[in-house]
Design a protein around this ligand. Structure first.
Ligand SMILES: [Zn+2]
Length: 487
């Protein structure tokens, strides 16, 4: 009996299916699948859900509207507020209930301005840069000699500082903690930031780690992250290498003109998480959270980070409502903000709802670009693998087969929940060109989104949410983390 037809039986067989892995021990042949079209018409609700998304997905259309029409969604910006209003209207139109936004203290907003840099001597070329977010601008163009910062330890960093006063500093390498220092990262980080605050650079340049001129943006209003107060920008790897060669190989003293027009706002603002629900029919107070951050960086339109995760969460709710069947547990869509600045929105949400954490059956987050969902990591918990296998079973023949045996670190919004002992997972996705091209870069735009894998992602998310919302068993929680991680 082919695995698929076993699946077509009906979902109530899931627990039995969970035991099915025994059969699955035999390495399953590489599943043949065409995105969006399951091999056989399924009868069960989850099969209809997968079919509904395959046939009528609005994910790409929503993504096009949110990115090309509304645009980059920096937390603290009016653009993100517009996108949040748009999302709430959409979710309401899909039939969601309890659609609202929850405010939290964010900090001072940041406003990007014009930015440029060029070599004043040598070959006089323009340099590819973008101002680092939440840093001060140069208040008009400044000129200065470029100096390299090559410090691998805190001691080397301290020794190098005096020679960098008044220079436009290109950070070639950053101090790293020794094995001994790793034992107390908090202390190490504190010393690093104190040293960085003593720096008297004219400006600081950090090289992108991407090739082909692609930049990687970052920054945060969170004082925990801010070291040097000098104007700062990211420079393309190619142009950073040029400056390094001129200094180290050609013995030249490059001078550049740098103009950074961005600025930090005066008054701290609130930021918001968007929430919308489908109430559960049997256990309405138990909740499955489907999330993704709606905020993005602002060098492009944040299509793959995290427009894709946002519309996958919205499509999950649309399709379940279109199905017209209520899940047994409540399914709650949360579009977080402040993720790029340090999980600020999800941390605020988890903190505000700490008392209700026990009611959460599972948290599912999509935040890894346009690639197909391949599975979910067990977060180091053997006991969660069986539940994940059940949640993935409906999509086994559509590429969702991987239960990762690892803890997905605190790089997205599942983390604050996981730290409180909640079964919280961020999808494993085909990396495609996420880290090498679109992630936080100036080309994170719609044409780099694959329509088919976006549909597959929504099918994987919706079916997993549905299975968690309808299974009889409660997924066991673990003990909350004793020491909060860096995020
Ligand atoms: Zn992201």
């Amino acid at each position: 009996m082919k695995r698929l037809s076993a699946l077509a039986l009906c979902l109530c067989a899931l627990p039995m299916l969970a035991q099915a892995p025994a059969k699955a021990d035999k390495k399953p042949e590489k599943p043949h699948f065409e995105f969006g079209i399951p091999d056989k018409p399924f009868t069960s609700d989850v099969a209809k859900l997968i079919q509904e998304i395959g046939d009528h997905s609005q994910a790409f259309a929503n993504l096009q509207q949110m990115t090309d029409t509304i645009g980059p969604r920096l937390t603290g910006s009016q653009k993100l507020r517009d996108a949040q209003k748009w999302a709430m209207d959409k979710l309401t139109s899909y039939g969601a209930v309890n659609v609202h936004e929850e405010a939290y203290d964010f900090g001072k907003p940041w406003f990007r301005g014009a930015a440029s840099a060029r070599l004043l001597n040598g070959n006089n070329q323009q340099l590819e840069i973008a101002q680092w977010a939440w840093t001060n601008g140069t208040k008009g163009p400044i000129k200065g000699q470029v100096a390299l910062l090559e410090a691998k330890t805190l001691a080397e960093f301290k020794a190098a500082l005096p020679s960098l006063d008044g220079k436009i500093v290109l950070a070639v390498s950053r101090p790293r903690p020794t094995a001994e220092e790793r034992k107390d990262m908090g202390a190490w980080y504190k010393s690093y930031l104190e040293l960085a605050k003593q720096a008297k650079y004219a400006a600081l340049l950090t090289s992108s780690e991407k090739d082909n001129g692609f930049l990687t943006m970052s920054g945060s209003p969170n004082p925990r992250w801010s070291g040097s107060t000098a104007p700062m920008a990211v420079i393309s790897k190619e142009h950073a290498n040029l400056l390094k060669r001129l200094i180290k190989e050609d013995g030249q003293h490059p001078e550049i003109e740098l103009n950074l027009g961005g600025h930090i706002g005066e008054t701290p603002v609130k930021a918001y998480n968007v929430v919308a629900e489908i109430k559960g029919s049997t256990w309405p107070d138990q909740v499955v959270i489907v999330g993704g951050h709606q905020d993005s960086w602002d060098l492009a339109t944040g299509a793959t980070d995290n427009g894709t995760g946002t519309v996958v969460a919205m499509e999950t709710l649309r399709a379940i409502k279109a199905l017209g069947v209520a899940p047994k547990r409540t399914i709650r869509v949360i579009l977080f903000s402040g993720e790029e600045e340090g999980l600020l929105g999800s941390n605020a949400y988890a903190e505000a709802h700490k008392a209700d954490m026990a009611k959460i059956q599972a948290v599912l987050v999509d935040d890894m670009g346009t690639g197909a969902i391949q599975g979910w990591p067990d977060m180091g918990q053997e006991q969660w693998r069986g539940y994940l296998a059940q949640a993935m079973a409906p999509m086994n023949n559509l590429g969702v087969t991987d239960i990762g045996a690892f803890i997905q670190p605190g790089d997205t919004d599942h983390w604050p929940f996981y730290e409180l002992g909640v079964p919280a997972f961020a999808a494993i996705q085909d990396p495609v060109d996420y880290m090498t091209m679109t992630h936080h870069s100036q080309v994170d735009s719609l044409e780099h989104v694959n329509k088919e894998t976006l549909i597959q992602g929504a099918q994987a998310m919706a079916s997993a949410a549905w299975v968690f919302a309808n299974m009889d068993a409660r997924v066991p929680h673990i003990a909350p983390a004793t020491k909060k991680g860096p995020f």
